[in-house]
Design a protein around this ligand. Structure first.
Ligand code: ZN
Ligand code: ZN
Length: 152
């Protein structure tokens, strides 16, 4: 990582209240470079591929720290798969049922929670601050394949 990149990412970490440790810099850099929505083991193998000897457990720990500091967002796409992406504007996700690809969906409201259950029907909820929506269907690639009858 060049010196300016290190300076910039260190500043991002400190602004979020985290010390700029080597593993945090490496994982944040990897998440930005990889882009999109990534599994922790993808981040780990990216780093290993670059010759960085970082234990898998450290990558998980750093991702947890980055998520807590909102520098990373955790994306729960269901079926036990947890993905991470660089923190930014709050948004929802579309997951393709066929290939599992993930797309960002802008939140129509913009500020969470964009959905509220009927308060009268749910007296057990004292306060609510977020609703994350996962849209499911077929991505355009899989939809085109299915259209041409290559898929059942
Ligand atoms: Zn697809
Ligand atoms: Zn996203």
């Amino acid at each position: 990582m060049d010196v300016w990149r290190t300076v910039e990412l260190s500043a991002r970490l400190r602004t979020a209240g985290l010390r700029a440790t080597g593993p945090r810099l490496a994982v944040l850099d990897a998440l930005i470079r990889l882009g999109g929505h990534r599994r922790a083991d993808e981040v780990h193998s990216h780093l290993t591929g670059q010759g960085r000897d970082l234990a898998r457990a450290s990558v998980y720990n750093v991702l947890r720290d980055l998520t807590a500091a909102e520098l990373a967002l955790l994306v729960d796409v269901g079926s036990g798969v947890t993905l991470y992406e660089v923190g930014g504007t709050f948004h929802h996700h579309f997951v393709c049922r066929s290939c599992g690809s993930v797309q960002d969906i802008a939140c129509a409201v913009g500020t969470p929670p964009c959905l509220r259950p009927d308060a009268d029907a749910h007296p057990g909820i004292a306060s609510l601050d977020e609703a994350r929506i996962v849209f499911r269907g077929l991505c355009s690639g899989c939809g085109a394949l299915r259209g041409s009858a290559l898929l059942p």
